[in-house]
Design a binder for this molecule. Structure first.
Ligand SMILES: [Cu+2]
Length: 124
């Protein structure tokens, strides 16, 4: 390829990388939650075609009050499962559901009841 072709190819790759970062990076955004004096961490996750934010950082060992704001009635997101914390929570459509657990250190994946939508709680 001629030098100009290479320049165009590199510019195209850079643009694709930027678009991916810009649009997909937000969805995977990490929400770091601050612990309240009482030791309870409040986190809200929007459930609509996935989880936003999908990765949530909390202080290890903290009590987490997770509010699931479900804005759809797609049966896929009927249930939220966090195997490490023994959570299997049904989520009514177009409503907020609160579930609580104690977040231990490390990565704890969560998903919908069918294992199609994914997210993770990270205890740090
Ligand atoms: Cu599902």
């Amino acid at each position: 390829m001629a030098p100009l072709d290479w320049a165009i190819a590199l510019a195209a790759i850079a643009l694709i990388a930027f678009v991916n970062w810009f649009f997909l990076g937000k969805r995977g955004a990490v929400a770091a939650a601050a612990s309240q004096p009482g030791g309870v961490v409040d986190v809200t996750v929007v459930v609509e075609g996935g989880y936003t934010p999908s990765t949530i950082e909390v202080p290890a060992g903290s009590r987490v009050r997770l509010t699931l704001d479900r804005r759809e009635d797609n049966p896929c997101s009927d249930e939220l499962v966090i195997p490490d914390f023994g959570v299997r929570q049904s989520l009514p459509a177009f409503a907020k559901t609160v579930t609580e657990f104690t977040a231990t250190a490390g990565r704890h994946d969560f998903s919908c009841g069918m294992g199609m939508l994914h997210g993770a709680i990270i205890g740090k």
